[in-house]
Structure formats: structure tokens, C-alpha cells
Design a protein around this ligand. Structure first.
Ligand code: PMP
Length: 455
């Protein structure tokens, strides 16, 4: 772990920790148990805690800090906007919000030209669902079992992730299907092509038995994020598009985690030239410097709300500070060529390094990803593919993954561990040498996981 570059003397860590412990309930946590790391500063691909430890951020926080921490151009854009206009009601127009919408339409797939702004991903999903229902006059939403769409009432109900369980029975009108996952095929497929065909046949059956005329939308993560970095086989998203077209169903691509360059294209769907009717976005749109999300819509859905009012809105929709950050962030992606950089790093650095780990470590069952978004799936045994920890493990059952995460942390790398997987999502600005340093740390930490293997 290298030396801190932040003046930790000026921070008031013990007060921050005391106030946190006493007054904050953190997301997905019980406050009696959580001991959060108190962060006092950040720069580029690192952040620094109150003890002066400098962490290599291999998660981009929650896969959002794509341009790295404290990017000077982004910070300056927020400052300049704060001087000019901090807030204004969403029924007014203003320069920052208008320009952000134009730039988002420019980088979005062809034909998606109008933006509805929200404050984050879950609200984007809520509104995409509402738009699809109003546009089609139907109610049902099909979503995948292995999916996460956010924590608000509708978005959590639409998620397949076990995080929805405590919020059930949730919202009516949701039906679920299995998406492709070649390493653990629900369809007993032998290869990616078969997985693609069978997953599409299963989706077609699901549509049939749910009743095509009741289905407003298929809501799908273009590349499944929190549930495993599942890259769909070639042909799958095109097949979903065709099924939607055949039945008049709206295709919603949830790109909250993977949009804006994460997968080495502006949007993950661009890898397959598939154009959804709606795209939800957040995180990468401005790297999370100020909360922002939204829905990008095609002409047909835009036309639905040309004369008829859209019945939904948020006080802070299209917030000028957040939109000024988006304008700067998209400018940075373009000027620093970060989308191409992410694609190149994935192909030339991450993929070969992970394949070498797959060869070398008995605990590595599968490696997969695209651009700067990858997962290493840990197993007890590469033949049986028994996961390193059981599904939805907690407490002692999850100990091997905690131990592995701690091994990464010991070398100064901040990991994103989910279930039996390590997700790799460094800021897109990471340089090749630093990326290789991080990969070497993971390689080292895997020796700790190897000890739990049966062979
Ligand atoms: N959709 C996807 C695919 C996500 O990954 C997330 C957040 N991880 C969300 C929606 C929800 O976004 P937010 O937390 O900003 O509400």
C-alpha cells in the first residue's frame, strides 16, 4: 500500500465515525454491525481512508466512477454551474440540462433522441415501466431471475435478485424468465450457441403462456451486472428484439451499470447493434459526481407523450448541477477516448490476465466480461463447479469470500465481491501499468481462495 497523497491531518475522522455510527442507517446493512471505512479523499483511481491507507479502486465504487475520482474538468464544471444556476424546477429549460440531453441523444443508439431525467437508476426503471405501460395499454413486465433493477418499490419487485425477498409480495404484474448463463446453463446447453437458442425458445414460451397481449415490456440488463457480469451470447439480444417486435412488446434495456463506456461501447447493446425502445441509464452518465439517471426513448414512445401529458415527475429531474456534470463527463469520454481505451484494456490486458488465472488457480471456475467489466467466479471444484459459497450465503457460510476480499484489501486493492464472484470494474481512466498492478494483487489473493478447493 502506497503513501497517502491526501492531507489526512485536516480530516476529523473520529467525529465522522462517531456521527456515522450513531445517526446513519446504511444501505442493505444493520447499523449495529457495520464498520464503514471512513473516506477522507480520493484522486484518480485511488481513494484514501482516515488511517491514511490509499486504496486502488477496482470497483469504481458502485461501478459508477468511470472517469476516476476528482477529475479536474468535472469538478470545475460543477463549480462553474454552481456559480451560475444551482437549481431550477424541471418545468423550466436551462442550458446544462438541454445540453446534457442533446449529448446523451448523440451517443445513444440511432433513433433514441428524447430523455426523461431522474436522480438515479431505480427511478429510471420505475419511469421506463410506466412509459411502457402507457404506451402499450398493457400491464405485465417480464424480467430475468438474475437481475437487479434498483431498490424502490417497483424496481425491487422487478428485480430477480434475492434482495427483493424482504420486500415481497412487492408489485403485481411482474413475471420472470431465465436468461442465458453459459457457465451454469438453466437449459443444459453445451455451448453458447445452444444456450442462446434455448434461452430464446424459453422466452418465447414464457411470452406465450403469460399472454402476449398482456405484456407491456421485457426489462433486461444488456449485460447482467450485479448478478454476475453475464455477457449474453451473440444473437440473444437480437432475438429478444425480434420477439418484442413480433408481439408489440416494448424492449427496455437497463444500462444503469453498463452504459456510458463501461463495456467498451457507449452502450452495451452497441456490441450487437441492437436498438431497444427504451434505455435506462444513471451511474456512468456523469460518473456519479452528482446524482443523475434517466430514460432515453425512441420516436414511437416520444410520440405517445407529444400531446398526452406524461403522468410522472421529480422535483430534481434534470438537476442543473448533475447535468453540467454529465456534459463534462461525456466530454471527457470523448476527448480522452475512454470508450476505446476500455475496450482495448479488456481485450489486451484483462482477458489474457484472467485466462492465465483460470489456468493457474483451482478456485477459478469461470472468467467473463467485456471492456472494463469482468467477473471471476470462484468454485470449490472446477469439475463439479460447486460454488465457493452457497447461493445467497451469509455469515459463516460466506467466510471464504470475506477472507478472499480481505486478502485483496491487504494489498491495497478495493474489491467488489458479490456472492461467489469478484467483479472487476476499475475506473475507465486506469492506465495499463496500474491495471496490471491490480490484476497481480488479485492473482496473489486467489491463493487464499485456492486453499478451500477440494483438489
Ligand atoms: N439497474 C441496474 C442494472 C443497476 O445495476 C442498478 C444499481 N446497481 C440500478 C438499476 C439501480 O440504480 P440506483 O442504485 O442508482 O437506483
Amino acid at each position: 500500500v502506497r503513501e497517502s497523497t491526501v492531507d489526512v491531518e485536516r480530516a476529523v475522522p473520529s467525529q465522522a465515525r462517531r456521527d456515522d455510527r450513531r445517526h446513519i442507517l446504511h444501505s442493505w446493512s444493520s447499523h449495529a454491525k457495520l464498520e464503514p471505512t471512513v473516506v477522507v479523499g480520493a484522486q484518480g483511481v485511488h481513494f484514501v481512508d482516515e488511517e491514511g491507507r490509499r486504496w486502488l479502486d477496482f470497483s469504481s465504487q458502485l461501478v459508477n466512477v468511470n472517469v476516476g475520482h476528482q477529475h479536474p474538468r468535472l469538478v470545475e464544471a460543477i463549480r462553474a454551474q454552481a456559480d451560475k444556476l444551482c437549481t431550477i424546477a424541471p418545468y423550466h429549460a436551462n442550458e446544462a440540462t438541454s445540453e446534457a440531453a442533446r449529448l446523451i441523444a448523440e451517443v445513444a443508439p440511432d433513433g433514441l433522441d428524447r430523455v426523461f431525467f431522474t436522480n438515479g437508476g431505480a427511478e429510471a426503471v420505475e419511469n421506463a415501466i410506466r412509459m411502457a405501460r402507457l404506451h402499450t395499454g398493457r400491464h405485465k413486465i417480464l424480467t430475468a431471475y438474475r437481475s437487479y433493477h434498483g431498490a424502490t418499490a417497483g424496481a425491487i419487485a422487478a428485480s430477480g435478485d434475492p434482495r427483493r425477498w424482504p420486500s415481497e409480495p412487492g408489485a403485481p404484474g411482474i413475471a420472470r424468465f431465465w436468461g442465458p448463463y453459459p457457465y451454469r446453463s438453466s437449459f443444459h446447453a453445451a455451448n453458447e450457441r445452444e444456450e442462446c437458442e434455448r434461452a430464446l425458445a424459453h422466452l418465447a414460451d414464457t411470452i406465450m403462456v403469460e399472454g402476449p397481449k398482456t405484456i407491456a415490456a421485457i426489462l433486461i440488463e444488456s449485460v447482467v451486472g450485479a448478478n454476475g457480469v453475464l455477457v449474453p451470447p451473440d444473437g440473444y439480444l437480437r432475438g429478444v428484439r425480434e420477439l418484442c417486435d413480433a408481439h408489440g412488446i416494448v424492449m427496455i434495456a437497463d444500462e444503469v451499470m453498463v452504459g456510458f463506456g463501461r463495456c467498451g461501447e457507449w452502450f452495451a447493446v452497441d456490441h450487437w447493434n441492437v436498438v431497444p425502445d427504451l434505455i435506462t441509464f444513471a451511474k456512468g452518465v456523469n460518473s456519479g459526481y452528482v446524482p443523475l439517471g434517466g430514460v432515453i426513448m425512441n420516436e414511437a414512445i416520444s410520440a405517445t407523450f407529444a400531446e398526452r401529458a406524461y403522468p410522472g415527475g421529480l422535483t430534481y429531474a434534470g438537476h442543473p448541477l448533475a447535468c453540467a456534470a454529465a456534459v463534462a463527463c461525456i466530454g471527457i469520454y470523448r476527448d480522452e477516448d475512454l470508450v476505446t481505451h476500455a475496450r482495448r484494456l479488456g481485450k489486451e490486458v484483462i482477458a489474457p490476465a484472467l485466462l492465465a488465472m483460470l489456468e493457474r488457480h483451482p478456485s477459478v471456475g469461470d472468467v467473463r466480461g467485456l471492456g472494463a467489466f469482468w467477473a471471476i467466479e470462484l468454485v470449490r471444484d472446477t469439475t463439479t463447479r460447486e460454488p465457493m459459497v452457497p447461493f445467497n450465503a451469509a455469515g459463516a457460510d460466506n467466510a471464504p469470500m470475506i477472507e478472499f476480499a480481505n486478502a485483496c484489501k491487504q494489498y491495497g486493492l478495493w474489491p467488489f465481491v458479490a456472492s461467489n464472484r469478484l467483479h472487476l470494474a476499475p475506473p475507465l481512466v486506469i492506465d495499463e501499468a496500474t491495471l496490471r498492478d491490480g490484476l497481480a494483487i488479485i492473482d496473489e489473493a486467489l491463493s487464499v481462495a485456492d486453499r478451500h478447493c477440494s483438489s
